[in-house]
Design a protein around this ligand. Structure first.
Ligand SMILES: NC(=O)C1=CN([C@@H]2O[C@H](COP(=O)(O)OP(=O)(O)OC[C@H]3O[C@@H](n4cnc5c(N)ncnc54)[C@H](OP(=O)(O)O)[C@@H]3O)[C@@H](O)[C@H]2O)C=CC1
Ligand SMILES: CC(C)(CO)C(=O)C(=O)O
Length: 304
């Protein structure tokens, strides 16, 4: 299959390497256009994959059979809209990122739109990408045109297992959103690895209660207790991790808070619900972000 991967960071390079090894024709798409991108990946077993692939070729894009988007949530909408003008109307676009809200931002696209969340872990170390842990990628249709694309799950599974297809991907996206609403802002506030959140059970529980309330109103069957159990499991299984939001704050990068807690607040407001614990966390993270972004311009607006 001919595939363009938009965003050649940690997840992007992992997918480019995996798809290339499976025999697919792949190109990367970089923010600053270049004819080639370099893939330097250290696999979980220590093996190294080095390959130079073509990049930013508009003819390749115009003939692509899949656009795989591995950008941060706040980078997605503008970049995808730009590429969608060249992409065939029948080519599916798969969004893989933390947070929610991009499907709404891209609802005008004519292409089949899919979305997904993953528990694979990869991180940058200098000019290398380290595949830290294998996981499962949950994907499903994000608009009606994508309902018939479950065959993509098999193709992607052969390249980078596990892949799970969901007819209702929003349920999986909300579960991941709940995890990120808890772990990401709290690890920033306490400046700690994920596992230390075990010392803050009241806050973890209060966030889960608010998220469960909003999820129920959105039509997803859940309970605060079920969410709490799930979040506690992830806190334990990722106990040594530095969350992506804490990493972003530490190096003064824009965070995904607008698409995580910000999205929750937006949906809560639409249902007339009050979520004071999450509102406070949102304000605290935005204040930290503003401390280093005060002078910069051109960043996307927030949901709030
Ligand atoms: N890494 C992981 O283990 C996991 C990541 N996720 C989620 O997946 C998403 C991607 O994460 P990750 O790969 O770690 O992020 P990275 O920041 O490593 O990768 C994003 C890449 O996109 C590039 N980029 C930014 N804007 C554009 C643009 N307009 N056109 C082309 N490229 C662009 C960035 O380049 P530059 O830096 O030059 O701007 C960067 O290389 C995030 O939502 C993250 O939360 C979820 C689970 C696990
Ligand atoms: C699951 C978790 C919290 C793992 O660190 C994550 O998705 C992140 O850091 O963004």
């Amino acid at each position: 299959m001919k595939i363009t991967v938009l965003g050649c960071g940690a997840l992007g390079q992992l997918w480019l390497a995996s798809l290339y090894k499976q025999g697919h024709e792949v190109q990367g798409w970089l923010r600053v256009p270049q004819p080639f991108c370099h893939i330097n990946l250290v696999e979980t077993d220590g093996s190294v994959f080095n390959q130079t692939l073509i990049a930013n070729d508009p003819d390749f894009l115009a003939n692509s059979e899949l656009l795989l988007v591995t950008l941060k949530a706040w980078q997605v909408s503008t970049a995808v809209k730009t590429l969608a003008a060249t992409l065939p109307a029948s080519t599916p676009i798969l969004l893989l990122h933390n947070g929610m809200g991009t499907l709404d931002e891209l609802s005008m696209l004519r292409q089949p739109l899919l979305s997904g969340v993953t528990t694979h872990a990869a991180r940058r170390d200098g000019n290398m990408i380290i595949h830290v842990a294998h996981g499962t990628t949950h994907i499903g249709p994000g608009n009606a045109a994508a309902n018939d694309f479950s065959f993509l799950a098999d193709m992607l599974h052969d390249a980078l297992p596990e892949i799970a297809w969901h007819n209702n991907i929003l349920a999986a996206s909300w579960k991941k959103l709940a995890v990120n609403c808890v772990i990401n802002p709290l690890t920033v506030i306490y400046n700690c690895p994920n596992g230390e959140l075990r010392h803050y059970p009241d806050e973890v529980s209060a966030i889960c209660h608010e998220v469960a309330m909003v999820m129920e109103r959105e039509g997803h069957h859940t309970s605060a207790e079920a969410l709490l159990l799930y979040v506690e499991e992830i806190i334990d299984s990722t106990r040594a991790n530095i969350s992506s939001m804490l990493q972003d704050i530490r190096v003064q990068r824009h965070t995904e808070i607008d698409y995580i807690t910000g999205y929750l607040l937006q949906r809560a407001r639409a249902h007339g619900l009050s979520v004071p614990v999450n509102s406070r966390l949102y304000e605290l993270i935005k204040r930290k972000e503003n401390e280093y972004e005060r002078t910069s311009t051109g960043l996307p607006g927030s949901w709030n």
